[in-house]
Design a protein around this ligand. Structure first.
Ligand code: AMP
Ligand code: ZN
Length: 138
């Protein structure tokens, strides 16, 4: 995709601090890190979201996560780590090319997801299960 920032990075048209790459995926440092060592892993091929990418291709992206997570934890002396992914602007996606964030975390680093968890009312969770299974074709 011509105008896509991550396609440009993958193709070498835009500079990036690359870490590892193979036939299917590329990992590089996020230019505006939540914490130092914040990494992005992207598929070489342009897919907008996880709703578009085949599972096998996403698998190739995810294969890079454990070794990178281990290495960056060691280098940054992180206390923990988030693996995070956004799809569509309402979920925080600013670059419409699938990417996985690897974010080293430190005690009291001040980064919060601000999750607000709700509840299902009577029967709602079963209807949800039924709806998803139907959509899956089960
Ligand atoms: P998201 O908000 O989940 O779509 O994440 C997009 C991420 O891409 C953000 O964390 C940006 O800081 C990062 N980003 C945008 N442009 C570049 C770039 N040229 N090089 C490295 N990271 C980038
Ligand atoms: Zn792209």
């Amino acid at each position: 995709m011509k105008a896509c920032v991550f396609c440009k990075i993958v193709n070498g048209e835009l500079p990036a601090t690359k870490l590892i790459e193979d036939k299917k995926a590329v990992a590089f440092l996020d230019i505006n890190p939540v914490n130092h060592g914040h990494i992005l892993v992207v598929p070489r091929k342009h897919y907008e979201t996880v709703m578009d990418i085949p599972g096998k291709e996403l698998g190739k992206v995810m294969e890079m996560v454990p070794p990178l997570a281990k290495a960056v934890t060691e280098v940054t002396n992180a206390d923990g780590l988030n693996v995070f992914q956004t799809n569509k602007p309402c979920a925080g996606q600013t670059v419409p090319h699938v990417h996985v964030h690897i974010i080293p975390r430190h005690k009291n680093d001040g980064f919060h997801f601000g999750w607000r968890q709700g509840r299902y009312s009577e029967g709602e969770i079963d209807r949800m299960q039924w709806g998803i299974l139907k959509a899956l074709g089960e």
